[in-house]
Ligand binder design. Structure first.
Ligand SMILES: [Zn+2]
Length: 290
C-alpha cells in the first residue's frame, strides 16, 4: 500500500511539470512540432485531420486557443490567409514562428506569380521546418535545450533515410513514366525534389473551381502519355477526379494525403507515415505504365 501511495505521488509530480502550450495551424505541422517537442509540449492544431486548410473557417474557440498559447507555429508562404485576423482578435503577444523560413519557394503562375505553400512534400524542406521548430522551442524553453536537440537530431536522421529511399526508388523509374495526376497542385515540391511531374485540374489552392479548359487538357494528356492512374486527395472532393479518370481511360490509384494527416489510426497519422504512404502509392502507379 505504501509503495502504491509513493508511486501515486511520483505520477502527480510528473504530471505537474508544465508543458509548453503550442498552437499550429494544420495537422502536418502539429506532428513535426510533437516530434521535436516530445512530452515537453502540448500541441493543438487549428485545422484538424483530413480537413482542408485552404478552405478553413476559424471558430470563436480558436481565438482562445491562440490567446492561451506559449508559441504559435504557421507554415507561411501564403498558406494561412485566414490566420492574421485570428491573431489580431486574440491577446497573443508571443512569437509567430514561420516554419518555412529559409525554404526556397516554388513559384507558380496563376494569373500572377505566387508562392506555392506546400513545401513540406519535399523532405529537405521538412528538415528546414524541423530546424526552425527546434530554434523556437529552445528560445522559449532553454532549460530543455538538450532534450529538444537530441530529439530533432534523431528525427532528422530518420527523415534523411526516407529521403534517400525515395530518391533511389524513383531513380529506377524511366523519366517518361514519372507523370502523376492529382486533385490540386500540392505536390510541386515533391516533383522538383524527386523528379516527378504532377498534373492537376486545380491550382495551388483548393478554393477556386477547376477551369473547363484545364480539365479538357488534362484528359488529353492522360490519353497521350497513357497515364494509368489518377489520385484523389484526403482533403478534396473526389467527384471531378473520378470523371477525369473515366474520360481519360485511367483508374483511381487511391488517396494521397496532401494538406492534412489522417487520423492516428489511419495510414498517414504522422508526417513520416504520410510521406511513406504517398510515396508507396506513387511508385506503384508509375510502375504500372506500359
Ligand atoms: Zn493545398
Amino acid at each position: 500500500m505504501k509503495k502504491f501511495v509513493l508511486f501515486f505521488f511520483f505520477l502527480i509530480s510528473a504530471w505537474a511539470e508544465p508543458k509548453l502550450k503550442v498552437v499550429t495551424t494544420f495537422s502536418i505541422l502539429a506532428d513535426l512540432v510533437e516530434q521535436v517537442g516530445g512530452d515537453r509540449v502540448e500541441v493543438v492544431s487549428l485545422v484538424g485531420e483530413d480537413q482542408d486548410p485552404h478552405m478553413y473557417e476559424p471558430k470563436p474557440s480558436d481565438i482562445k486557443k491562440i490567446t492561451d498559447a506559449d508559441l504559435v507555429f504557421i507554415n507561411g508562404l501564403g498558406f494561412e490567409g485566414w490566420l492574421h485576423r485570428l491573431i489580431k482578435s486574440s491577446n497573443y503577444k508571443g512569437d509567430l514562428i514561420i516554419v518555412s523560413d529559409a525554404v526556397h519557394p516554388r513559384l507558380v503562375f496563376e494569373g500572377t506569380l505566387i508562392r506555392d505553400p506546400h513545401a513540406w512534400h519535399s523532405i529537405p524542406n521538412a528538415k528546414i521546418y524541423v530546424t526552425n521548430i527546434l530554434e523556437a522551442l529552445k528560445k522559449r524553453d532553454p532549460a530543455s535545450k538538450n532534450y529538444y536537440e537530441a530529439r530533432a537530431q534523431a528525427y532528422t536522421g530518420t527523415l534523411t533515410n526516407l529521403d534517400h529511399t525515395i530518391r533511389e526508388e524513383i531513380d529506377k523509374i524511366p523519366p517518361q513514366r514519372r507523370k502523376i495526376i492529382t486533385a490540386h497542385d500540392a505536390f510541386g515540391y515533391f516533383g522538383n525534389t524527386y523528379g516527378v511531374e504532377f498534373l492537376a485540374p486545380k491550382g495551388i489552392s483548393t478554393e477556386t473551381e477547376a477551369k473547363v479548359q484545364n480539365v479538357v487538357d488534362l484528359i488529353k494528356k492522360i490519353r497521350k502519355y497513357k497515364i494509368k492512374t489518377v489520385f484523389i486527395e484526403n482533403i478534396a472532393d473526389p467527384k471531378l477526379l473520378r470523371q477525369i479518370a473515366k474520360e481519360g481511360g485511367a483508374t483511381l490509384g487511391g488517396t494521397l494525403y496532401s494538406d492534412a494527416l489522417s487520423s492516428k489510426e489511419g495510414p498517414a497519422g504522422t508526417y513520416l507515415k504520410m510521406m511513406n504512404y504517398n510515396f508507396g502509392l506513387l511508385l506503384k502507379a508509375m510502375k504500372q505504365y506500359p
